[in-house]
Design a binder for this molecule. Sequence first.
Ligand SMILES: Cc1ncc(COP(=O)(O)O)c(C=O)c1O
Length: 421
Amino acid sequence: MLEYFERNTSRLQIGGMDFEEMIRQYKTPLYVYDSEIIRTKFQRLREAMPPHIQIFYAVKSNPNLAIIRMLAELGCGFDVASIGELTAIKKLAIDGSRVVFTGPGKSDDEISMAIQLGIYSFNCESENEIIRINSAAKKANKKIKIGLRVNTDYAIQETVKMIGGTQAKKFGMDENQVFAVIDRMKELEHVEIIGIHVFNAAQVLDYRELAANTKNILRLAKDIMEQKGLSLEYIDIGGGLGIPYAENEKELDVTALGNEFRNLHKKMPSLNKVHWIVEPGRYLSGECGVLLTNVVDVKTSRGVRFVITDAGINNFLRPALIQQNHPVLVANKFDRNPVNIYRVEGPLCTSLDCLGTDVNLPYIEAGDTIAFFNAGAYGFSESMPYFLSHPIPAEVMVKSGKAVLIRRRIEPHEYIEHCII
Ligand SMILES: Cc1ncc(COP(=O)(O)O)c(C=O)c1O
């Protein structure tokens, strides 16, 4: 855990910069991303994966334009899930051929924007969605490539429920429905089925589980090709590459995973011409990010020591939503040993506003700065910024020893002006 941060210093350094300079300039709460960590993670994965696999970053994990642009420059493709994410792709002038669009409930506006951008493929979540894409393609006088998202009968057991395994769910079509869907969709003239997509477990740290799941996806692809006479172009094996959040968790061994993928590819010659897409979110963007928040108050209630910070679930919902602690350290007492167990909570008027339970920390006083690690993925983007009308934190990227503002802080008076009296 925390393999990318120097632990033997008294103060937290991010990308070689002292945290305090950044919070002085940009205030707290503050999200800081170390660009070198993103680069390292992408390159490590790229080197580990065989050439038939393309990496498409799941934008939802952190949609900041600076991160998307950096990954685009490194040669990454993108998995988008909304009109906002399509807008980011458009703004950065990323070629549509490097984009797939996955996610339930695609609106008509989203479908037509994706068609305009010329994305590579839509990963379709239902039969109705395919029919709607076909109609939009007809209007645009185009033939559109699609993949079928499948809710497979086999899935990895998630340690914390995020995507949800094999149960009833809104994602994709059940494995036992998909063959009949293909028959019915053959009549549609403006869509062409060229792929399948399966994503059934997030935060997987064991490469053997990911490999076993992929083997099952390949088996399904082969059955579809043989039984339905389809020639697939791609197999999208989803995201789910985990990162260590707890002390006892280890990095996912992507080199071993790459070797498993190479073997699977060799063993299935009938799929030789089909390329694979992997869509990691947190693996690429998670570990680069630190949320810095100042301690406003410290108190004890019924024997529990509380640390009250200026960030709450309005800025960082994930620990409460998923009920999973992130690594927590004190930025200004970085090398001090823990002495107490604390509960870290934000300033919101709800007891759901908990950022960390049973956290071992050194002695905490008001004015200390708490650092939440692995906050780059599903941190800023998975929060509820308007709840209780606090400022919306800035995002900063450290690059070549400089902290660069990549999204400015928004003060409440700015969004209060959006209300109409
Ligand atoms: C369709 C899809 N692909 C990829 C991802 C990325 O998942 P992870 O960040 O666990 O890799 C998600 C996350 O929810 C997703 O919904």
